[in-house]
Design a protein around this ligand. Structure first.
Ligand SMILES: [Cu+2]
Length: 216
């Protein structure tokens, strides 16, 4: 008993050990081609007992589009949705616990939502069906978007074995296992397949089809 307590004491006094995961993702696209820009792939580690630091992010509505279209945030992060168009937009999501509705506003107004639940929140505009974005909400700080060439780095991971996942809007999700050493690096490769993806129309915030008489 005494020695266990001593070991814990030593553990706390020692500098925190942390490893790094470096790797690369690719996405197979239609016609057997590789997707050229991989910056909308999100890579994340599951099962790490560490809370993300709540942050602040912005998704701008301009030209009837959300920019960026894909965002990865930690639980507790607030996302602003400024409208830079002179027409009304109505940002909403009906994705489980992350459901929200910012109602109608136009330039120069902005609305915001704090994402409190891990998961994938699909964000739409209730007026313009072509507007869509995705907010991936993570329950630990170890997530990142890939670089355009598909490379990624996740730093500061406590040593251990984890499930590493990659997600892409059309390529879905894939997973691999990584063993993170105490003070070194693990490498990983992840492959996603978007070659058979079919886009389906989504419903409006009332769960109904969009009407075709768009007036704005
Ligand atoms: Cu809109």
């Amino acid at each position: 008993m005494r020695s266990a307590v001593a070991a814990v004491g030593l553990g706390l006094a020692a500098p925190a050990l942390a490893g790094t995961v470096v790797g690369r993702v690719d996405v197979l696209d239609r016609g057997g081609r590789r997707l050229g820009d991989l910056s909308d792939v999100v890579v994340y580690v599951e099962g790490v007992k560490a809370r993300p630091r709540p942050g602040h992010a912005t998704v701008t509505m301009k030209g009837k589009a959300f920019t960026p279209r894909v965002l990865a945030v930690g639980v507790g992060t607030t996302v602003d949705f400024p409208n830079e168009d002179p027409i009304f937009h109505n940002v909403f999501s009906v994705s489980g616990d992350n459901r929200f509705d910012l109602e109608l506003y136009k330039r120069p107004r902005s609305g915001s939502w704090t994402f409190q639940h891990p998961g994938i929140a699909r964000v739409y505009c209730n007026i313009h069906p072509q507007m869509s974005a995705v907010v991936l909400v993570r329950d630990n700080p170890f997530f990142t978007k890939a670089a355009p060439d598909g490379t990624f780095t996740l730093e500061g991971l406590p040593p251990g074995r984890y499930v590493l996942k990659a997600w892409h809007e059309r390529g879905g999700e894939t997973a691999t296992e990584v063993a993170v050493p105490a003070d070194g690096r693990a490498t990983a490769e992840l492959h996603l397949d978007a070659s058979t993806y079919k886009q389906l129309p989504h419903k409006n915030k009332y769960g109904k089809d969009y009407t075709s008489d768009e007036k704005y």
